[in-house]
Design a protein around this ligand. Structure first.
Ligand SMILES: C[S@@+](CC[C@H](N)C(=O)[O-])C[C@H]1O[C@@H](n2cnc3c(N)ncnc32)[C@H](O)[C@@H]1O
Length: 155
């Protein structure tokens, strides 16, 4: 089962049906089709052409430039998504970021290969892990990744 289906299953099984979503390091907001009726705010330091087109076609999606290595506020939402993102953020900046994420109800993390420590104030309610199909990107030899999905409830 690919990543998106696994995420969908975890959210459904735990009755998470967010009206508002914050997607940190959203890139092209790859999860937006899982939430056709939700308002999604995406944040990143770059905007891709693919996202630009998506934004033009969908009023539910908004994008903002923000660099989370500098102290930034995160709007309160029903669900914060940090997918393949936290490892880009310096440890000191991550602490402030977690404080901000705590304002929201649920926190969904997708870790790549190595899990980033999530503070104890977040309560883990579901998790999953799997190895991706073999892939090639960034001129690397064929390889697969070990992905971890974690759903937290903020306390
Ligand atoms: C590996 S991609 C993951 C994209 C998307 N979340 C996904 O799962 O497909 C990491 C994204 O984080 C963004 N990013 C990296 N450092 C960032 C920072 N300091 N602040 C905001 N976004 C950042 C990158 O531009 C990139 O789009």
């Amino acid at each position: 089962m690919e990543l998106k289906n696994r995420i969908k299953k975890i959210l459904n099984e735990n009755g998470v049906n967010p009206k508002t979503i914050v997607d940190l390091g959203c890139k092209q907001m790859r999860y937006s089709d899982l939430f056709p009726n939700s308002r999604i705010l995406g944040f990143d330091i770059v905007q891709t052409m693919k996202l630009y087109k998506k934004l033009q076609q969908n009023d539910n999606l908004s994008f903002f430039f923000k660099n989370f290595n500098f102290n930034q506020n995160v709007p309160k939402s029903d669900l914060v998504i940090a997918s393949l993102f936290l490892h880009f953020i310096k440890k000191e900046a991550r602490e402030k970021l977690f404080e901000e994420i705590k304002k929201s109800k649920y926190f969904l993390v997708v870790h790549l290969d190595k899990r980033i420590q999530i503070p104890k104030e977040f309560s883990l309610i579901a998790k999953d892990e799997f190895h991706t199909e073999k892939e090639t990107h960034d001129e690397l030899p064929e390889h697969s990744h070990h992905l971890f999905i974690e759903l937290y409830k903020t306390l």
